[in-house]
Write a new protein. Structure first.
Length: 436
């Protein structure tokens, strides 16, 4: 795997050096310094091959972190290790800079002894490492702690330590979705997809097992026969479902249960973590629609009208709404009139920026602009870039719903009813564009 690991400052001086294999010599340190750090031309690739030796490097502030190998290794795994190692260091002593590395070099070598064995990455979980490497780098000596270390390193649950206790058991769940859209001037959807993330904050005592149910199409069909309809998005019970194209889970999720029972079962890490990522392309509820009308009046004048419609329940409020309407490069001045919010012309962005603090569902508003243009000799026509939009709405545009969230802890005296649960849905704009 990794033959050696070196950390350099911006001058090319070695701060940390650890060689794991005999085929990596001292000349490898100098080769990286000369060919990458001191190279006059900008080094654009994170992988550099010098004399049959591969250097995988990342940079944090003024620190270079390089993994060296002469073998044919998995590059993605090496970069994953380097990023994890930087995260471990940040959790121990904060910002990665030359001063902090010099002050904590004993701790860094101690960490390297634990997370790399003969060049092969081991356990890089910060929570586990902190159970037996303290802030000062002194290992715990008691027999009970040593037994706990062994169970954490060799056990299956490496992301959570035992003995966690809270006076109040709480579980926070955020369904965060980003809507990406490209719409034609006539209102036809050219492409649309939702990229979703489920973020959890777990403050639970003991070793609880959580079960999480969603309105996924596969799950709902397994509970009842499907009725064929125009959208293909409802089951026999009439409840709406979401068709998930692909998903990715945190390591705590028991994938075998998801494949057989279609239930998301897991023992959560303590604190904040990302439980799941998913992507869907069908039956997306588009929160806003922009209807543009651009009319060129001669060579020195242009009229723009943009109608903004909100397509969600009237009881809900959209927030942080911003519509960016592009203008030609030869714009001399803009006269604006908007029924709601504030609008101004930004010459640096060549765009009219229209901001609305809040807007209820099923509402409509509009903006009108008269643009004065400078006469130019170039016959090149304006390409009319798309109108982009930013917003935040309190619902999931994909139709994603949490059906249930249950907590089981047989060892401690608390049940599912004793856990306070909070579920929140947030929809935000990704790349949300309408062509002019």
């Amino acid at each position: 795997m990794i033959g050696g690991l070196f950390m350099y400052n911006h001058k090319g001086e070695v701060l940390i050096s650890r060689v794991y294999r005999d085929d990596i010599g001292r000349n490898a340190v100098d080769a990286f310094r000369v060919n990458v750090i001191h190279a006059r031309q900008q080094v654009r690739s994170p992988v550099t091959n010098i004399a049959r030796t591969s250097f995988f490097h990342i940079r944090r502030a003024n620190i270079w972190l390089a993994a060296v190998t002469k073998q044919n290794v998995n590059g993605a795994m090496v970069f994953e290790f380097l990023i994890r190692f930087t995260q471990v260091m940040q959790s121990y002593f904060g910002k990665i800079n030359e001063e902090n590395i010099k002050n904590n070099f004993v701790l860094i070598y101690e960490l390297l002894d634990e997370i790399l064995d003969f060049g092969y990455p081991q356990n890089c979980d910060t929570g586990v490492l902190k159970t037996f490497i303290t802030q000062t780098g002194v290992k715990s000596q008691s027999k009970e702690e040593q037994m706990q270390i062994t169970s954490q390193v060799t056990g299956q649950i490496g992301w959570r330590r035992e003995g966690i206790k809270y006076r109040r058991n709480e579980l926070f769940l955020d369904v965060l979705e980003y809507v990406n859209l490209l719409m034609s001037p006539q209102g036809q959807v050219l492409s649309a997809h939702v990229a979703g993330r489920i973020l959890m904050k777990s403050y639970l005592s003991g070793m609880p097992e959580c079960k999480f149910g969603i309105n996924d199409k596969i799950v709902m069909e397994s509970k009842g026969t499907k009725i064929m309809d125009d959208t293909g998005s409802r089951t026999a019970s009439g409840k709406p479902v979401v068709v998930i194209d692909d998903c990715q889970f945190h390591q705590c999720v028991k994938l075998s249960k998801f494949e057989t029972e279609h239930s998301i079962s897991f023992i959560p890490p303590d604190g904040e973590f990302e439980l799941m990522r998913y992507r869907t392309t069908k039956d997306i509820s588009l929160p806003f629609r922009v209807i543009p009308l651009v009319r060129e009046v001669g060579r020195t004048r242009m009229e723009v009208k943009a109608v903004l419609k909100s397509n969600f329940k009237p009881s809900l409020l959209g927030q942080k709404i911003e519509v960016k309407i592009p203008t030609p490069l030869n714009t001399a001045g803009v006269q604006l009139l908007c029924l709601k919010g504030k609008a101004k012309y930004k010459a640096s962005d060549n765009a009219i920026v229209w901001k609305i603090k809040r807007m209820a569902g099923m509402k409509e508003t509009q903006l009108s602009a008269e643009i004065d243009l400078l006469e130019t000799d170039t016959k090149k026509k304006w390409t009319r870039p798309p109108i982009s939009m930013n917003f935040e709405v309190p619902f999931a545009p994909s139709g994603f719903k949490v059906r249930y969230l249950k907590v089981f802890e047989p060892k401690l005296n608390y049940s599912d009813h004793d856990v306070v649960k909070w579920v929140r849905y947030i929809g935000r704009s990704g790349l949300y564009e309408t062509r002019c």
